[in-house]
Design a protein around this ligand. Structure first.
Ligand SMILES: Cc1cc2nc3c(=O)[nH]c(=O)nc-3n(C[C@H](O)[C@H](O)[C@H](O)COP(=O)(O)OP(=O)(O)OC[C@H]3O[C@@H](n4cnc5c(N)ncnc54)[C@H](O)[C@@H]3O)c2cc1C
Ligand code: SF4
Length: 486
């Protein structure tokens, strides 16, 4: 038999084996199929090409996962990359940072480890960069023959960037305005280097510049210029300004020196690492300090990792949620995310996590913070099924802390500047109100996408919104659009 024949037979066998294994798992027999899958191709070959590909449905950009799994397992990496690029502008970001709900929804998870979809995604795109397949994509002559519009985009996070790339590829003139010194939004100034090295972003930005996107940095629209100036001569405006108004806690001692919002801390660290910066001093330095991070989530975890790398004496992350089970009940929750304790790199690095404690006060030496007072919580399920937290009497704890970082989420986009100038209507949560199909705001010719519209979310959702918003803008300008809706 030829090598190709053997390969195809292997794939078919592996799928058959996968189905048999799934059946045995559903019948509650203990998992006994503990094979090692050393390569991405082996992982791809585990895919069963399910009748209903839950992974695809649970991916916000609807990546065509079973298709690339098959192509990777057959060794056709170029075709796999073409599939991937057709739905996702920045797989090098999602392949590194996406929480991968696709893997939670993988059918194999019912009885075994899911396919390592995110790692395959990253392997495909990194191979494509190495081989030189990723090149600027210029608009076709057919798109250029159609009427071209001018679009200004406020904000250069993943939503603004995805929107810009989609629009420039069908021939529109696109300018991105960014308040910060460099392009990238939270990818550049929020997420630390140890999770996203900035060359990954710069590599993609070079492609976008070559495609014709204009970037203007250090222009805060609404302050340095009036947002309405961007709309002269029928120009369209997309607001993709993110959602970075930090949520605060209101307890005694909150205004003490040494208590900061997490984003201020992470942004300062990212700025200090920029090449060519004259003063490499840190605005907020954890060296030698006891650090308490209040709040879980990506932001809190990034604070823990940063403080450890800065040389903190101790780092404790406090959250009011109860500790999740170490092994979740997959059959009960699948294809949704199973609540269970996720491994955290910072545990091994020396960070400590406390569950079920609430901050009730900050202690001071008269001026600076010196500690955090915690109250133990108990979670009780109510008659209506909801869980409510209540204090456990007498269980208090005092943690020493000379630096406290508040990482309990974000409320909405900044309401001054652009939103005030354009008098944009807000939704009940304080985000910009705009349709989830047409992305139109309450101001004619102004669209909104990303966190500014949906509230603080994920990179993959920002990419999806940027792509869909581009399709809506293109349709508005030309009466129709060849861009995909996702
Ligand atoms: C610390 C941290 C870690 C995270 N980790 C992850 C992760 O691991 N995985 C994941 O999927 N998601 C993660 N997220 C969430 C993710 O980064 C965001 O959901 C995503 O960046 C939102 O993209 P966006 O384009 O809507 O907005 P942003 O990335 O916030 O970009 C908005 C941009 O608009 C600019 N801007 C605002 N107003 C103006 C103005 N008036 N004029 C000009 N420019 C303006 C801002 O300077 C900013 O650069 C994390 C978030 C944080 C804070
Ligand atoms: S973008 Fe996220 S959800 Fe979609 S395939 Fe990649 S890892 Fe999975």
């Amino acid at each position: 038999m030829s090598r190709i024949g053997l390969l195809l037979r292997g794939i078919r066998a592996s799928r058959r084996e996968g189905y048999l294994h799934l059946l045995s798992g559903v019948l509650s027999r203990p998992a006994r199929w503990q094979r090692n899958f050393p390569s991405r191709s082996d992982q791809g070959a585990r895919c069963m090409d399910c009748g209903v590909p839950w992974c695809h449905g649970y991916c916000p950009v609807h990546n065509q996962i079973p298709e690339w799994n098959a192509l990777v397992s057959e060794g056709d990496w170029r075709a796999a990359w073409e599939q991937l690029e057709s739905t996702n502008n920045f797989p090098e970001l999602t392949g590194r940072l996406c929480p991968a709900h696709c893997e939670d929804a993988c059918t194999l998870r019912l009885s075994d480890a899911p396919i390592t979809i995110r790692a395959i995604e990253l392997a495909i795109i990194e191979r494509a960069w190495r081989r030189g397949w990723v090149r600027p994509q210029r608009p076709t002559d057919a798109s250029l023959d159609q009427s071209r519009g001018r679009v200004s985009i406020i904000g250069s996070g993943p939503a603004g960037l995805a929107c810009a790339q989609q629009l420039v590829r069908v021939g529109h003139e696109v300018t991105v305005f960014e308040a910060s010194p460099k392009i990238g939004g939270l990818l550049r100034y929020g997420i630390p280097d140890f999770r996203l090295e900035k060359w990954v972003l710069d590599r993609r930005l070079a492609q976008m510049r070559a495609e014709g996107v204009r970037f203007l940095t250090q222009v805060k629209v609404g302050v340095d210029m009036d947002a309405r100036e961007l709309m002269q001569d029928g120009e369209m405006l997309v607001v993709a300004s993110g959602s970075c108004t930090s949520r605060d806690i209101s307890v005694p001692g909150r205004r003490l020196t040494g208590i900061h919002f997490a984003l201020a801390y992470l942004t300062g660290q990212n700025h200090s690492l920029e090449p060519g910066r004259a003063a490499r001093t840190l605005p907020i330095d954890a060296r030698g300090l006891d650090v308490v991070v209040i709040g879980g989530g990506d932001t809190g975890s990034d604070c823990v990792g940063t403080a450890i790398r800065q040389g903190a004496r101790s780092v404790t992350q406090v959250q009011y949620q109860a500790e999740p089970p170490h092994h979740g009940d997959v059959l009960r929750h699948w294809p949704e995310r199973v609540p269970e304790l996720k491994p955290n790199d910072h545990d091994a690095e020396g960070g400590r996590r406390l569950w079920g404690w609430e901050t009730v006060a900050f202690a001071s030496d008269g001026q600076r913070v010196v500690g955090v007072d915690l109250q133990r919580l108990r979670w009780r399920q109510q008659d209506d099924g909801r869980w409510r937290r209540e204090p456990v009497s007498g269980e208090l704890w005092h943690l020493p802390a000379q630096l406290v970082l508040i990482a309990i989420g974000y409320e909405h986009p900044a309401h001054g500047d652009v939103i005030a100038q354009l008098d944009l209507r807000l939704d009940g949560r304080g985000n910009i109100a705009s349709g989830d199909r047409d992305y139109k705001s309450s101001h004619e010719g102004v669209f909104a996408c990303g966190d500014a519209r949906r509230g603080q979310s994920l990179i993959v959702w920002a990419i999806r919104e940027g792509r869909q918003c581009a399709e809506a803008v293109d349709r508005h300008l030309r009466g129709r659009s060849d861009l995909p809706r996702v």
